[in-house]
Design a protein around this ligand. Sequence first.
Ligand code: ADE
Length: 225
Amino acid sequence: MRIDIITCLPRLLDSPFSHSILKRAQDKGLVEVVVHDLRDYSTDKQKSVDDYAFGGGAGMVLSIEPIDGCISKLKGEREYDEVIYMSPDGELLDQKMANRLSIGGNMIILCGHYKGVDERVREHLITKEVSIGDYVLSGGELGAAVLADSIIRLIPGVLSDETSALTDTFQDNLVAPPVYTRPADYKGLIVPEILLSGHEKKINDWRYEQSVERTKERRPGLLDD
Ligand code: ADE
């Protein structure tokens, strides 16, 4: 899978893809993440990528020209399943969306900034709009990193123990059970006995019960699905 991210602040995305699981996924050749600086597609001398909104009002709007230039170039080079625009009024990202996108093909993610993008981009160049939550960020970059992370870790081979993504919170509409590590007794705070029993079936049953109980307590809405 290849993920191309288009942004006018490429440095903001240096760190998220240079460490840990996301870096290893790229090193293993399981995903290719390429960040594009929108300014490289600007056609004017000042390398500007935005302009004033027609009709007035505060805030600059990202122009269609450099965005179209970048997306057209990428589409000329390979096939893409989705051209995603990160926006607070997009479809809310959840585990199901991440699962679906992780089994799909290449994608382009466009990060908005300032007042947003020229509406013609959304109408004609974008296939899907995604929000990472009901709050407004300064731009789409952090959202793009969250979306890409949620997808990449699901690609087979990315996590060392492939089953671990299957036991994540939200898979099967359940939150994850509690986990513990050594010491078994820390200043009198003790780990549930069952986990020390070595009895695999009983441990799995206990974990499932804990997941169900926690879901009822913390996220009852998940059980309605
Ligand atoms: N850009 C600004 N706010 C955002 C949000 N909540 N999700 C995705 N992109 C955004």
